[in-house]
Design a protein around this ligand. Structure first.
Ligand SMILES: C[S@@+](CC[C@H](N)C(=O)[O-])C[C@H]1O[C@@H](n2cnc3c(N)ncnc32)[C@H](O)[C@@H]1O
Length: 390
């Protein structure tokens, strides 16, 4: 285990602190605070750490930037406190300082979930008009002068929204190693290039990204562009999601607008690899349209368009529930405003420790029975899922 200052350096750089409490003064006679708590906050678009100092009869606050935070916390360990509990996104750390000033650090599984620190956050985009961005220029979204092409504003907005959703996933990825990401059904790969630009050029992470697509011409286009941009750890391969067996472990799986049951195949691959993060925006969910039966719902289902929408919702609800059953904390989010695309639902899932899933399984089975369906996702997941459903 690293020493305390290394640990402080790491967690502050990663912005992974959720809450920390420093207590047990070394010198009780010293007239100072008795306890200090720390939490991460976003102020004017910047990450700060809010320190709360508890005195006998008052509490004071300070918001410190990263360097100030590191110095302040290191000072506590060197001078003030004998113990600290630091909750981060990845782990809990309990730190005890001996009389001789030697630190003992115990690390446990994370017990707190990140809180939304964005209450006073102004809308901030990751890519900005006016900032010359080579991949956007090559893809015809930005001019050489850094202006967004009028007809490409929606695409630009979509890319930014996507990166915003990706940025929330960063705490769940292990940045101490190369982060391996697969983008299934990458197509012309606007979003794959955006992801690489963000994670490697903006965030400085070690990343290996593979974009997979069925179409040969698309793969050639993307491979040439990656080379031209010197995106060295981004490569593209032609192939079918189902048959992609190149890796045994992958950290993050992305599947955006892959048609019909290709999304199920992507989810199945992700779960089989134990991917920490999954992002899927389903599309063309035709599979259940012909399968669903539900006498009570005839007043809805007799109208074609309504039945179609209903089967789309059912498909995605089943997918989200299956991911929960497979130990993923799953969210269903709006990807982009309806006015830009009807394919606006994103399933975002994070691998968690196994929990009791009896209730989930019961609900899932009853739901399926109600609609008299056996969805393709069960076939795609195979025994891994059916064992849990039995
Ligand atoms: C609508 S495009 C989406 C492209 C890109 N992901 C995006 O959101 O901009 C869907 C892509 O998925 C690819 N695709 C569909 N099924 C696939 C499969 N089973 N294996 C690999 N690629 C697939 C198609 O060739 C197509 O390029």
């Amino acid at each position: 285990m690293q020493n305390v200052s290394e640990l402080v350096e790491k967690i502050i750089n990663e912005e992974s602190i959720i809450y920390a409490i420093f207590s047990s003064l070394r010198n009780k006679s010293e007239k100072t605070f008795n306890k200090v708590t720390v939490k991460k906050v976003i102020i004017k678009n910047e990450v700060k750490h809010q320190f709360e100092y508890f005195y006998d009869k008052k509490v004071e606050h300070k918001n410190l930037d990263k360097d100030e935070t590191k110095a302040e916390i290191n000072k506590y360990f060197q001078t003030y406190f004998k113990q600290a509990l630091i909750n981060t996104v990845d782990s809990d750390y309990h730190i005890l300082i001996s009389k001789k000033g030697i630190a003992k650090i115990s690390k446990k599984q994370a017990s707190r979930k990140p809180v939304d620190t964005s209450h006073n956050r102004k809308k901030k985009y990751i890519l900005n008009e006016g900032e010359r961005t080579p991949f956007l220029i090559e893809l015809g979204i930005m001019t050489e002068q850094g202006k967004i092409v009028n007809s490409k504003y929606d695409k630009f907005k979509q890319i930014n929204r996507y990166l915003e959703l990706v940025s929330d996933c960063i705490p769940y990825l292990n940045k101490d190693k190369t982060i391996r990401i697969i983008d299934f059904g990458c197509g012309k790969a606007y979003l794959t290039f955006a992801l690489y630009d963000y994670l490697v050029l903006k965030m400085g992470y070690n990343v290996e990204i593979v974009g997979l697509d069925l179409k040969e011409n698309v793969i050639k286009f993307c491979s040439d562009l990656a080379k031209k941009l010197s995106f060295d750890d981004l490569r593209f391969e032609q192939g079918d999601i189902k048959g992609f067996n190149q890796f045994t472990d992958v950290d993050m799986v992305i599947s955006l607008h892959a048609c019909n049951t290709a999304t199920d195949d992507a989810l199945a691959k992700a779960v089989s690899w134990g991917a920490k993060v999954i992002l899927a925006v389903p599309c063309c969910q035709h599979e259940l349209l012909k399968k669903i039966k539900n006498d009570v719902m005839i007043p809805m289902m007799k109208y074609g368009i309504i039945k179609e929408k209903l089967s789309t919702l059912l498909t995605d609800a089943l997918r989200a529930n299956v991911l929960e059953i497979m130990d993923y904390r799953t969210q269903v989010l709006e990807f982009i405003d309806m006015e830009h695309t009807p394919k606006n639902v994103m399933i975002r899932a994070f691998l968690e420790e196994p929990q009791n899933i009896d209730k989930l399984v019961k609900q899932y089975k009853e739901f399926k029975n109600q609609w008299q369906i056996s969805p393709y996702i069960e076939e795609a997941f195979g025994n891994k899922l059916t064992d849990k459903l039995d």
